[in-house]
Design a binder for this molecule. Sequence first.
Ligand code: ATP
Ligand code: MG
Length: 262
Amino acid sequence: MNQPRATVEARGITVEFARGRKQPPFRALDSVDLDARPGEVTCLLGPNGSGKTTLMNVLTGLLAPTTGSLRVLGLDPASQRRELLRRIALVPQETSLYPELTARENLVFHARYYVMPAREQRARIEETLELVQLGSRASDRAGTFSGGMQRRLALGKALMMKPELLLLDEPTLGVDVQSREAIWTRIEEVAHEGRAVLLTTNYMEEAQRLGDHITIIDRGANIVRGSLTELTSQVPETKRAEVPPVSLQDVFLHFTGSGLRN
Ligand SMILES: Nc1ncnc2c1ncn2[C@@H]1O[C@H](COP(=O)(O)OP(=O)(O)OP(=O)(O)O)[C@@H](O)[C@H]1O
Ligand SMILES: [Mg+2]
């Protein structure tokens, strides 16, 4: 059977940021490869500063790579950004909401902006408010919410849509355990609906739970890529802290010689 066409196909992505005079540029990404496929959750796992957000910015056309080739939904993000943004849903690392609008109004605005069919709007918005556990706060202004509540509302905006590609930069950072479980389940459903999901995380547990495919990066470079089984099978038994299951922590330790630095 043919593999479905990759939704994201990034090869040899290098990003350099200019620094002050007489300083060499800073290489934030060094020849990184990444794929995301329909029906799968792909997790990009790496510690702080490893280049996850930089790669997301490249995939959404916010940042042009210094070198490398890239296709997202068959498009070139740098030159076809408008069309791309219409077809993806994105939750950036920094939460963006309208603080003066209520939780429900934020979702209504988003639904209309992305032209969700009117007959579906009401039900999907109410479902989403329940999903992110903000049903009882739906009429309160988003600006009055705690950090974790704002994060949940921002996630709700993306999870409510039916994009071909869902991009989530550290989706559950600052989200409590109860809400996290519901969000994880919804992310799995999105993939089961045949969409591609690509998320960044520095939580091993999140990658282990969700990742059909896991790419580990450190200091801007690919460390290893594959399914959880493929990754863990590469760790010799003597190096495994947990038997079974072998954890991603073991994989990370094996390939980098250090733990996931945060
Ligand atoms: N605009 C920029 N100019 C210069 N350096 C940058 C810029 N953006 C990112 N960097 C550097 O690139 C590296 C990767 O940053 P990035 O934000 O991609 O990391 P990250 O993996 O998303 O980290 P975190 O887990 O903290 O979100 C860091 O060393 C950062 O300082
Ligand atoms: Mg980041």
